[in-house]
Design a binder for this molecule. Structure first.
Ligand code: SAH
Length: 205
């Protein structure tokens, strides 16, 4: 089946090994997060348009970011850039609760309705500007950002629990995927790989 093949040839083949992540990637119905026209290629090795000049990320990138976030079943996760809601669904299968913020109202509404229709009950999605994070529900065990800010947003760093990880593509044209772990005394940073995401836009106000 197409999802098995996607995991084998695109994700495991590129070095993702976390068994829970691979299992979840085999399960989440990616075709339900793309447009009708894109359904035949939903399991292809590429990002796809979701309208509003935005894209659903390539399956491998979703898996690699989920693995880098090191999510356990009892974790509370914040996602910035809900988009189609596909990464949200993957996170929801890995974590206890997922909070997700999307800037574009039409995308935020569609993703929330779709996630609910598919049956995700542990997702709280809202429209808003991810630069502020979601302080009411902080601290988070992991924060996954799927749009690229020019620099690491300070509010997101501060909303990490000690031991928690922020996975974020940082830069303008091309970006480095960074993993920032909060330690008892500060932050430990490493870069994973070069990536290309849509820009993280500043909301009004
Ligand atoms: N994870 C999504 C990726 C969508 S693309 C998926 O796989 O479908 C990135 C998304 O980030 C876009 O929908 C874009 O509108 C959103 N975005 C950009 N800037 C943002 C901001 N400041 N706050 C929240 N969302 C933002």
């Amino acid at each position: 089946m197409q999802r098995e093949e996607m995991v084998r040839t695109q994700i495991a083949a590129r070095g993702v090994t976390d068994p829970r992540v691979l299992e979840v990637m085999r399960r989440v119905p990616r075709h339900r997060f793309v447009s009708d026209e894109a359904r035949p290629v939903a399991y292809g090795d590429s990002p796809l348009s979701i309208g509003h000049a935005q894209t659903i990320s390539q399956p491998y990138i979703v898996a690699a970011m989920s693995e880098a976030a090191a999510i356990s079943a009892d974790h509370v996760v914040l996602e910035i850039g809900t988009g189609s809601g596909y990464q949200t669904a993957v996170l929801a299968e890995l974590a206890r609760t997922v909070y997700s913020i999307e800037l574009i109202p039409a995308l935020a509404e569609r993703a929330a309705a779709n996630l609910q229709a598919i049956g995700y009950t542990n997702v709280h999605a809202r429209q808003g500007d991810g630069y502020a994070g979601w302080p009411e529900h902080a601290p988070f065990d992991a924060i996954v950002v799927t749009a690229a800010p020019p620099e690491v947003p300070e509010a997101l760093r501060q909303q990490l629990r000690v031991g928690g990880r922020l996975v974020v593509p940082v830069g303008t044209d091309w970006q480095e995927l960074m993993v920032i772990e909060r330690t008892p005394t500060g932050y430990r940073e490493r870069t994973l790989m070069p990536v290309r995401f849509v820009p993280m836009v500043r909301g009004p106000g």
